[in-house]
Design a protein around this ligand. Sequence first.
Ligand code: PAF
Length: 273
Amino acid sequence: MKIVSTVKELTALREELKGNIGLVPTMGALHNGHLSLIRQARIQNDTVIVSIFVNPTQFLPNEDYSKYPRREEADLKVCTLAGVDILFMPTVEEMYFGTEPEIAAPKNLSYILEGESRPGHFDGVLRVVLKLFHLTRPTNAYFGKKDAQQLYLIQNMVKTLFLHVNIVAGDIIRENDGLALSSRNAYLSEKERIKALALSIALKNASQAIMKGERDAKKVELIMLESLKDLRVDYAKVLSRDFVCKEQIVIKDTILLIAAYVGQTRLLDNLWI
Ligand code: PAF
């Protein structure tokens, strides 16, 4: 595995590459969710590039960028064992210049749900993802379904800017008890870890109601809220897969989305119906 930290080194390596290239962009603190994306990329491409970059522009001023988990040594091991070819770990100075053109996610999509609590967050995500696409020119790029809104906005950017990359959506990976894997789970105490199960239970209860025939989106939202009653809920929504509120649930065109605080930790989970 080649580890590079400068754009110059990455560009030189990229020039040599032939065949399909799979890019897995990450912010590090790699867990089995990332690993499953890397494994999928390994199977589907000749070369696998993983980027690890804690991107400052997607953190709001009140969010602690410096406290985001960083586990460089463990991440290197994961990438080596998973057969990654190139690991790109740039510094902030390498990725950002004083003069940057504005890249803004579409307002109607990026200021709802995650964007409502974290205005501007998706502008930063799209900005860094676009830079990574330009630097690596991947055939396929891999993103987890767990960040469903991020995934949708990236797919939308690819479509509307005519980018030549195929976006591959990786399934949510869960612990045996249902907790969706997330780098943020590291912040949970033992008690909080148990409380956090309410998110996946809420999704399960909602999906069972839908399987039994419930199609009223508001009623399904209430079922989720009932299961989340011991947590501070940011949102528990039933939307179509293009992130529009619909009164009626349509099978194969619905996402159930939850964001809730367990203690100080804000967790996300979702289920595609
Ligand atoms: O999902 C993430 O880890 C980040 O938002 C991403 C896509 C790597 C951009 O920094």
